[in-house]
Write a protein that binds this ligand. Structure first.
Ligand code: PLP
Length: 239
């Protein structure tokens, strides 16, 4: 985490931005609780998971002051179990999903902060509303009780050279500025969640307020082994 922190500081300085303008989400999906604890002890308070069940399993095993971020695709039938548990849901990309979150938020009497996921590059394999449809979706979701749009999120394409993604990040930033100008009730554009291990420095230059870094903090994910068999230590990954 020290290296990532240093890189974020460098990127902020080069962009003339304050370090406090960018929050780091430690993306801990597939990682065992012991590694999350080490990251917590090193200062991490924002953790990102992409699966509802894994997030629910980890919450009771870790300190209460952690802010949990759901960053992966959310199915409507899982909404009930996740509402009230997250600081932010990054992956809302349809009215039907937002309606489900709203219903559950009202029922539980909790306010739920969300981001709208935008598939800027229009990749077939990815979730997210397409850029031209994003404003209309925001306007519809803004009317729902119990859910509050706080900004936008994107997962940029995998590229060899992160500079290639600057155009993607710039487009998301432009969209957020355009939406902010419309002063829609119940809509904030304070958060721009963009940038992962391969491209967070570029994302910060282009205005990210929130970067989601997994591999850069915890090392590579091993999807072939069960978590308990992974011989990883935080030390090996430089936490
Ligand atoms: C896994 C994941 C990340 C982190 O990816 P790394 O390349 O390991 O940093 C960020 N955002 C989302 C939505 C993810 O699913």
């Amino acid at each position: 985490m020290a290296l990532v922190e240093q890189n974020i500081e460098d990127a902020c300085r080069k962009a003339g931005r304050k370090r406090q303008e960018v929050s780091l989400i430690a993306v801990s999906k597939t990682m065992p609780v012991s590694l999350l604890k080490e990251a917590y002890d090193a200062g991490a308070r924002d953790f990102g998971e992409n699966k509802v069940q894994e997030l629910l399993d980890k919450i009771p095993q870790l300190p209460k002051d952690i802010r949990w971020h759901l960053i992966g695709h959310l199915q409507r039938n899982k909404v009930k179990s996740i509402v009230g548990k997250t600081a932010l849901i990054h992956s809302v990309d349809s009215l039907r999903l937002a309606e489900e979150i709203s219903r559950e938020a009202v029922k539980q009497q909790v306010d739920t902060d969300i981001l709208i996921e935008v598939n800027v590059a229009e990749e077939e394999s990815k979730f997210g509303v397409h850029l031209p449809d994003a404003l209309a979706l925001v306007q519809q979701i803004a009317l729902l009780p119990g859910v509050h749009i706080q900004g936008l999120m994107t997962v940029a394409p995998y590229v060899e050279n992160e500079e290639e993604n600057s155009i993607i990040f710039r487009k998301l930033k432009e969209l957020s500025v355009d939406i902010a100008k419309k002063n829609i009730d119940n809509v904030n554009m304070n958060i721009l969640s963009m940038g992962m291990t391969g491209d967070y420095m570029t994302a910060i230059r282009e205005g990210a307020t929130c970067v989601r870094v997994g591999t850069g903090i915890f090392g590579r994910r091993d999807y072939t082994k069960r978590q308990s068999e992974q011989p990883q230590t935080a030390e090996r990954h430089g936490i």
